[in-house]
Design a binder for this molecule. Structure first.
Ligand SMILES: C[S@@+](CC[C@H](N)C(=O)[O-])C[C@H]1O[C@@H](n2cnc3c(N)ncnc32)[C@H](O)[C@@H]1O
Length: 248
């Protein structure tokens, strides 16, 4: 099973339930972290992959960076295009798969934000890192922002405890998670109820430990790996979200 995240996970329901979590405040803060951690300057070439609805890509472009966003969800790329138009900024938005990026670069930086890594089996996850390496210029920076394996496991609560999101209109998203110790994956059983219609889906995300990050990035040809929290402090057991950085 190469692919652990079916396409419908990022279908129309995704922003219906998660849009509230990804507003201006968080997106501006995430952009600040990306700019600071990759030492980005106006004119730098940046790939945001996967870019989703472009919340980082558009903001990076607004700061004078030359941005390309790649995602496989056309409806999210359309939202990114509309947002860029509304803000009067230009960027390239390209449909494509992380395992075979539809671009060649070279880029000064690649950013992969908001738990967007680990959607495949280990061989394909490594292929994604190799693709990031391929499109970076020598010395370019990769940033991956994602869940910490150790932080997640430490605070993990076994199903049937659930994460529930209720929208203002009364629609519901219920995530029940399991942890697949054998493969180091969080497995999510998701139920959404929208306008009274229930949908069930299941997906898994591989979470890497710090030594696994170091090994995988070295295998993909990266150096100078650092695994930290958003503020740049070395990750510890309390760190829930990581910023993994590496040099091509
Ligand atoms: C959690 S979202 C994050 C998007 C963006 N990085 C952000 O911070 O808002 C993950 C994205 O991965 C995209 N995606 C999932 N599988 C993909 C694949 N195989 N190739 C390209 N994009 C993919 C989805 O369409 C979705 O937009």
């Amino acid at each position: 099973m190469a692919e652990l995240v079916p396409e419908d996970v990022f279908g129309e329901d995704y922003l219906h339930f998660y849009g509230g979590l990804l507003g201006d405040e968080r997106s501006d803060a995430d952009t600040d972290v990306a700019v600071a951690r990759a030492a980005l300057r106006p004119g730098d070439r940046v790939l945001d992959a996967p870019c989703g609805h472009g919340r980082l890509a558009v903001r990076l472009a607004a700061r004078g960076l030359r941005v390309t966003g790649v995602d496989r969800a056309e409806h999210l790329l359309a939202l990114a295009r509309a947002d860029a138009g509304a803000r009067g900024v230009e960027l390239a938005l390209v449909a494509g798969d992380l395992r075979r990026l539809p671009v060649d670069g070279p880029f000064d930086a690649v950013v992969c934000w908001f738990t967007s890594f680990g959607y495949f089996d280990d061989a394909s996850n490594l292929a994604v890192l190799r693709e990031f390496r391929r499109v970076l210029r020598p010395g370019g920076t990769l940033l991956v922002e994602t869940l910490s394996h150790d932080g997640f496991v430490r605070s993990f609560t076994e199903a049937p405890e659930a994460i529930v999101v209720e929208t203002a209109g009364g629609d519901l998203l219920v995530d029940r998670n399991e942890f697949d110790v054998e493969h180091g994956r969080v497995v999510c059983h998701r139920v959404t109820v929208r306008d009274g219609v229930r949908r069930d889906t299941r997906f898994a995300i591989r979470l890497l430990t710090v030594p696994e990050w170091r090994r995988a990035l070295a295998e993909a040809g990266f150096a100078a790996v650092a695994v930290t929290d958003h503020d740049g402090a070395a990750a510890d057991l309390e760190t829930f979200r990581l910023v993994v950085s590496a040099s091509a």
